[in-house]
Design a protein around this ligand. Structure first.
Ligand code: COA
Length: 350
């Protein structure tokens, strides 16, 4: 085997582990979904950047361009150790798929549980010229079926993101100012929240562009504030729908991350989160939408069990229309979850 090929094989998996501390969790000790998302992204970024640099040519950094829908399968608590395993599972000409597993270990009892599974896509950018997308060295597949399955996932996401790209690029009217809304509890305006953040060096990759995990963490934070304001209880992230990162965000930009409730079911809340960016220093200060996504949160009682969520008091046709769309997404997610569970139990029996 040649030296680059050997390096590539060694570089295609990675494991990170870290003990969860009070900084990672909310007041009752649940680790924030955003912390897990950030760790997942860090592992994905390391494994894909390392892999893409096992060839001659420009040095490069892999940037997150997409996260497939991900579910938080079990809660993680302060004192537990998270083991994040990332593996490159597919390469196209310019992109890589990384699958990540997060196991949470109780180091007192040795018990381990699967906390999250995610699939991320990265694209390598040249360090010399950030506009230049580099070719990705191909990985070796253990079997032809693995490559075929990967290609199917690649084609499916490509199709899906063409639609969301058109939607993201629409000129989106500014979100209503929550100050203009009646501050009646359980209205959309009551819980709508924004967070403004100046992108500094610690948020960025070697390119001086925001690391995808940092954006996901901010998005989860805002969605969590919206959920907690709506139901005034402890809340946790249950899942995040697929996110496409269509636009870069440069150091020195101000990002405004806004979350608003779109739909509540009996025990869950769907929150739409927008990330808008604008340069603070450059002449071109036009605000643009960098990314948007739907988060699902659950309200927890004092025994950490899911509990009923107050219904939304709607104000106007627009909010009702968004709720109808939210309900359709909710039903679709539920259907997919059930199908997946059935598939897993059939696989376990065979
Ligand atoms: N998900 C998965 N793959 C994606 C993707 C997405 N959302 N967007 C682009 N790609 C892949 C394409 O499939 C293509 O690979 P292929 O040739 O092997 O099929 C490669 O990226 C280039 O795509 P292309 O169509 O040429 O470029 P584009 O006009 O779609 O722009 C980026 C792609 C990556 C340059 C642009 O979307 C971008 O800059 N995104 C921001 C990345 C970032 O900063 N991430 C951190 C966010 S905080």
């Amino acid at each position: 085997m040649s030296e680059p090929a050997r390096a590539r094989e060694a570089a295609s998996t990675l494991q990170l582990c870290r003990i969860m501390g009070p900084n990672d969790a909310n007041i009752v000790g649940n680790v924030h979904g955003g912390i897990i998302l950030k760790m997942i992204e860090e592992a994905g970024c390391i494994v894909s950047t390392r892999h893409c640099n096992t060839q001659n040519g420009d040095r490069c950094v892999a940037a997150l361009v997409r996260v497939e829908k991900t579910e938080f399968l079990s809660p993680v608590f302060i004192g537990e150790v998270t083991h994040v395993t990332a593996e490159i599972t597919y390469t196209s000409k310019h992109s890589l798929e990384v699958q990540v597993h997060v196991m949470a270990e109780n180091i007192l009892t040795g018990a381990k549980k699967l906390a999250n599974k995610a699939a991320l896509w990265y694209v390598p950018f040249s360090l010399q010229n950030v506009e230049k997308i580099m070719d990705v060295p191909p990985i070796k597949y253990a079997a032809a079926e693995q490559e075929e399955e990967g290609k199917k996932r690649y084609e499916a996401q490509k199709l899906e993101r063409m639609e969301t790209k058109a939607r993201t690029e629409e000129v989106v009217p500014p979100l209503p100012d929550p100050e203009d809304h009646p501050k009646e509890r359980h209205t959309v305006g009551f819980s709508q929240s924004s967070l403004i953040h100046l992108v500094g060096p610690s948020d960025c990759t070697l390119h001086d562009y925001v690391q995808g995990g940092v954006t996901m963490k901010l998005m989860d934070e805002v969605a969590g504030i919206v959920a907690a304001r709506h139901c005034s209880t402890n809340i946790v992230t249950a899942s995040v729908d697929a996110i496409n990162f269509h636009r870069k965000i440069k150091k020195g930009c101000v990002v405004t991350v806004t979350g608003r409730l779109t739909f509540v079911s009996n025990k869950s809340m769907e929150i739409e989160v927008f990330v808008d960016a604008a340069s603070l220093v450059e002449a071109e200060k036009k605000k643009y939408r960098a990314v948007s996504a739907f988060f699902t949160f659950i309200s927890l009682d004092k025994y950490n069990r899911a509990q009923t969520v107050p219904p939304i008091k709607f104000d106007g046709e627009e909010e009702l229309r968004r709720a109808e769309e939210g309900e359709a997404r909710y039903l679709q997610r539920k259907e997919k979850r059930l199908a997946e569970r059935e598939r897993q139990s059939a696989a376990a029996q065979s």
